[in-house]
Design a protein. Structure first.
Length: 134
């Protein structure tokens, strides 16, 4: 799946769009997303709320796992928050672990502009016997 097709298909991900997450790059088993931090993303401690970081990583995970054209749905995910951030831009880069079959595993690193790791996310999908909706 190329970047333009990923943007078209995942324009239907209304929650990610609402939070401001953008797809920068997509390829087979790969996706990079971006979130420009705004005041609305901050929690009471004035750092990016965990749900915003999760959404950023989750969209990268969704695009990468669906890039083979077969509908893939998350069955398990885990995220570890390693550093707080209040300003700037966050990026999530999802990569496929191994060659996926019915189950697919993915690693996602969330970084800032300097490449510092903000969070680590890993997830597993189940591939349905169904083509990805266009």
């Amino acid at each position: 799946m190329d970047t333009d097709k990923a943007r078209t298909i995942f324009a239907g991900d209304r929650y990610a769009a609402l939070t401001g997450v953008e797809i920068l790059e997509a390829g087979l088993g790969y996706c990079k997303t971006r979130l420009v931090i705004e005041d609305k993303h901050l929690n009471a401690a004035n750092v990016v709320q965990g749900g915003a970081i999760f959404t950023l990583a989750d969209l990268a995970f969704a695009v990468a796992s669906n890039s083979h054209g077969q509908l893939a749905l998350a069955i398990n995910v885990n995220i570890s928050f390693l550093r707080g951030k209040s300003t700037g831009t966050l990026y999530a880069t999802a990569t496929e672990v191994g060659e996926p079959k019915r189950l697919g595993a993915y690693d996602v690193l969330v970084t800032d502009e300097q490449g510092e790791i903000i969070a680590r996310f890993n997830g597993m999908v189940y591939r349905k016997n169904q083509k990805l909706p266009e």
